[in-house]
Design a protein. Structure first.
Length: 181
C-alpha cells in the first residue's frame, strides 16, 4: 500500500514539474500579454503644383496606347472579359483626359475617336465577343490606333496643348464612378 502512495506521489510530482517546464519561462507563462501599441503615422502636407500640361498629355497618350494594346491582346487571346472591360474603360478615360488638354481644332477631331472607343466599351460591357466579332473589333481598333498615334502624338499636337495658365476641369476616374459598397 505504501508503494502505491509513493508511485502516485511520484507521478504527480513528475506531472507538476513537466507542466511548469516548457518553452517559455515561468514568468512569461503567468503574465498577461499586452496588446501592441498603435502608432499613428505623421502626415506632412506638401504643396503640390502638378505636372505641366505637355507632360500630362504625353503620359495619358502613353497610357491610352498601353490600354489599347492590352485590349487588342485580350481580343486576340480570348482573355477574360473583365480585363477587356477594364482596358476599354481606361482607354476611353485617357482619351478624354487627352481631349481636356487640347484646344479646339484638335479637341473636336479627337471627339470622334472617343465616341468610337465608347462604342467598343459598350460592346465589351455586353459580354465577351465571339471570334468573328472580336476580330472585327480588333481590326477597327488597330486602324483607329494607327490614326490616333499618327495625328495625336505629343510631338504633333504640341502647338494645340493648353498653356499652363488655362485651367482644365477635372474628370472623374473609373474608381470614383464605381458604386459604393
Amino acid at each position: 500500500m505504501k508503494n502505491n502512495y509513493r508511485k502516485v506521489a511520484l507521478i504527480l510530482l513528475v506531472l507538476f514539474t513537466l507542466s511548469l517546464s516548457g518553452c517559455e519561462t515561468l514568468k512569461k507563462k503567468f503574465i498577461r500579454k499586452q496588446p501592441p501599441k498603435k502608432i499613428s503615422p505623421v502626415l506632412v502636407p506638401k504643396d503640390y503644383r502638378g505636372y505641366p500640361n505637355d507632360v500630362l498629355y504625353s503620359n495619358h497618350f502613353n497610357y491610352w496606347r498601353a490600354w489599347t494594346e492590352d485590349l487588342i491582346n485580350c481580343l486576340d487571346t480570348q482573355g477574360s472579359n473583365k480585363r477587356e472591360r477594364l482596358a476599354a474603360a481606361r482607354a476611353v478615360e485617357d482619351l478624354q483626359r487627352m481631349q481636356e488638354l487640347l484646344i479646339e481644332p484638335k479637341k473636336e477631331e479627337l471627339s470622334k475617336y472617343i465616341k468610337f472607343y465608347e462604342g467598343v466599351q459598350k460592346k465589351m460591357d455586353l459580354g465577351q465577343p465571339n471570334g468573328i466579332d472580336a476580330s472585327e473589333i480588333r481590326g477597327d481598333l488597330e486602324s483607329r490606333r494607327r490614326v490616333i498615334m499618327r495625328q495625336f502624338e505629343p510631338k504633333e499636337v504640341k502647338a494645340f496643348i493648353l498653356k499652363e495658365e488655362e485651367p482644365i476641369k477635372p474628370i472623374q476616374t473609373t474608381e470614383q464612378t464605381l458604386p459604393k459598397k
